[in-house]
Design a protein around this ligand. Structure first.
Ligand code: S3P
Length: 417
């Protein structure tokens, strides 16, 4: 594929709807597939990641009926053994959440994904699922996809998470629906709370404290859910509008729940003009001068996917920005700690990695030739950086953007003035 060419922009002006939240989309699809009856979902994410979850559910016998591009009806029933491997593509959320659900179902299934997924750590879900009684065999490399999950009874456990991960928490919560007894997940650093919020919404029995979630076995009730806008996608426009002088952007109806909007706090601290309307959830942003800040390790789970675009903000700020404790970024769609520095670095950002920290010096961006490394968020961060650069930027591997935001360029063209 040809590289995407992004020219510098004057400013960004207008209103925009970002895609439906990706994390919520995976979870509502899975809950609807387990419910007893027909559920309706509006505003699902249309990226490849969520398509993979839909395809997997369809291979398990779930009927997914798209009335139009915004509404999906899901008729569940008895789930059946799939005839072939279940393929998640690039989607870490699909493979980790799905392994929890499959561990509870009365048949065998094999999960696999693309080259990037095959390098990402799966032991973090395999180990606790095995403790619950699941039988899981890695088919090529220990602790990695592809792996087969064989049918077997699950029992509830109490599990203290080793890394703050909403994917691990969600995986174990889905498994807990099929276990005998309670499943408790203890987290010392809070992570995004979509699974627990949605479990409550569909009538499941969950007990939430500030440091734990306990799930009882159960079946969701059919439901109607309207997926709100994805804060991780809104963050690109929020940073773009902040760093491009004269910009004013309103991002409509953005999800505002726990541990998803840490980027708003960081941008505000840096001096951004950004507010979220408490009634409409619209995120309103106008351009502003930024200063560097320190982002503490405890803040990272609440902005884990926004570090690449916050690095772009930091590159345009006055002074130094220090992000602490970014070890988890090494095992995302790319080794993001490295790809942030190599790609945004080749556009002029001055940054260095110190242990698990990233230190960015504010300055000027020049543009240049960059590569996505198959990582949608690196590609889109470079595209926003390109808008304030002095020269043109060529982004190779742009197709990665389709995993979460196929309409990114159309939205950029609509806002660019
Ligand atoms: C997600 C959780 C995060 C995030 C990912 C989506 C989720 O991963 O990076 O893009 O939907 O639960 P971890 O919780 O594993 O850090």
């Amino acid at each position: 594929m040809k590289p995407e060419i992004v020219e510098p922009a004057g400013c960004l002006i207008g209103q925009i709807d970002v895609p439906g939240d990706k994390s919520i989309s995976h979870r509502v699809l899975m809950l609807a597939s387990l419910a007893d009856g027909e559920s309706t979902i509006h505003g699902l994410s249309r990226g490849q990641d969520v398509k993979h979850t839909m395809e997997i559910l369809s291979s398990l016998g779930v009927q997914l009926d798209e009335k139009d591009s915004d509404v999906l009806h899901i008729q569940s029933g008895e789930l059946k053994e799939p005839s072939g491997k279940l393929y998640v593509g690039n989607s870490g959320t699909s493979i980790r959440l799905m392994s929890g659900m499959l561990a509870g179902l009365p048949f065998s299934a094999t999960l696999d994904g693309d080259e990037s997924i095959r390098k990402r750590p799966m032991e973090r879900v395999i180990e606790p699922l095995e403790r619950m009684g699941a039988t899981i065999s890695c088919l090529e490399t220990a602790g990695m996809a592809p792996f087969r999950i064989d049918a077997g009874g699950l029992k509830g456990i109490e599990y203290q998470m080793e890394v703050p991960s909403a994917q691990v928490k969600g995986c174990l919560m889905f498994a807990g629906l099929f276990a005998t007894g309670d499943t408790t997940i203890i987290e010392t650093t809070p992570t995004r709370a979509h699974t627990e919020e949605l479990f409550e919404e569909v009538g499941l029995d969950v007990d939430i404290t500030s440091t734990s979630v306990t799930v009882k076995p159960g079946q969701p009730k059919p439901f109607i859910h309207k997926v709100k806008g994805d804060p991780s996608q809104a963050a690109f426009w929020a940073v773009g509008a902040t760093i491009l002088k004269g910009s004013e952007v309103s991002i409509k109806n953005v999800y505002a729940g726990r541990e998803r909007n840490g980027f708003i706090d960081v941008l505000s601290r840096m001096g951004a003009d950004i507010t979220q309307d408490p009634v409409t959830n619209d995120l309103n942003v106008a351009s502003s001068e930024l200063v560097g800040t320190v982002v503490e390790e405890t803040e990272i789970p609440g902005l884990i996917d926004e570090v690449p675009i916050l690095a772009v903000a930091a590159a345009c700020a006055d002074g130094e920005t220090h992000f602490k404790g970014l070890g988890e970024l090494r095992v995302k769609e790319s080794n993001r700690l490295e790809t942030i520095v190599s790609e945004i670095g080749s556009m002029g950002m001055k940054a260095e990695i110190s242990g698990e920290d990233l230190v960015v010096q504010g300055g000027k961006l020049t543009g240049g030739q960059v590569d996505s490394h198959g990582d949608h968020r690196i590609a889109m961060s470079c595209a926003i950086a390109a808008l304030v650069s002095t020269d043109t930027t060529e982004i190779s591997g742009w197709e990665a953007v389709s995993t979460s935001y196929p309409g990114f360029i159309a939205d950029l063209d609509a806002l660019r003035k």
